[in-house]
Design a protein around this ligand. Sequence first.
Ligand SMILES: C[S@@+](CC[C@H](N)C(=O)[O-])C[C@H]1O[C@@H](n2cnc3c(N)ncnc32)[C@H](O)[C@@H]1O
Length: 215
Amino acid sequence: MRTKSLWEHTLTFFPQFLAALQARPCPDATVAVIGASDGKFVLPLAAAGYRVIAVERDPIALHGGEVRLPGGAISHALGLTDRLKLEGLDDRVQVVERDFLDAAPLDTLCDAVWTSCSWHYSANHHRPLADFVARMQLMVRTDGLFGAEFMMPVEQGHHLIEHYTSPEKLSSCFTGVWDVLLTLRTGEFAERAHVGQLHDHTHRMGLLLAARTPR
Ligand SMILES: C[S@@+](CC[C@H](N)C(=O)[O-])C[C@H]1O[C@@H](n2cnc3c(N)ncnc32)[C@H](O)[C@@H]1O
């Protein structure tokens, strides 16, 4: 990519999601990315030939603007829509500028849905985590793929917020038509300061991949 995401260097299980997606051949597949930010995952998916629906509530992530960088400097960041144009990928991506918890259901089901460290945002704490997960599940067609990487609790306060979850707890949302394909977790790891968290900090992350079955 000629343009870079502000999140380019943060740790991710996206390669595991992409491998699972590519193992389920489906020409012209549509992938929804919830909490798309400035496109760290939207652009590679579009460049790989997928149609992408990018749902994001933050206008700066979508349209660019001033952001505070580690060290305190203010910089102008490109948003998702500019990055898509500059990379020539805008015709493959539908951008939905909405809070996902309020967004109207899509007309068509997706082949896969992905989110990266989005549901722990405080803007989502007024609704149970199960609402966010169920909305994502409803977007997936039969034989389609669900993928989420998420923050696990590190600080004491995180244990009081169910949105900092674990693969085990999350798995309880994947019964019935869902087969859990893969769960992974990291230990605690140090991450360098980045936009939104301006000091070096500690994370713990989990991954859950699941498939919707015909049963
Ligand atoms: C940590 S950032 C994503 C970083 C990630 N590595 C990436 O680029 O995909 C999470 C994003 O989810 C978005 N988000 C969180 N809750 C949301 C919601 N309810 N609706 C839409 N976007 C949401 C935030 O605005 C933020 O841009």
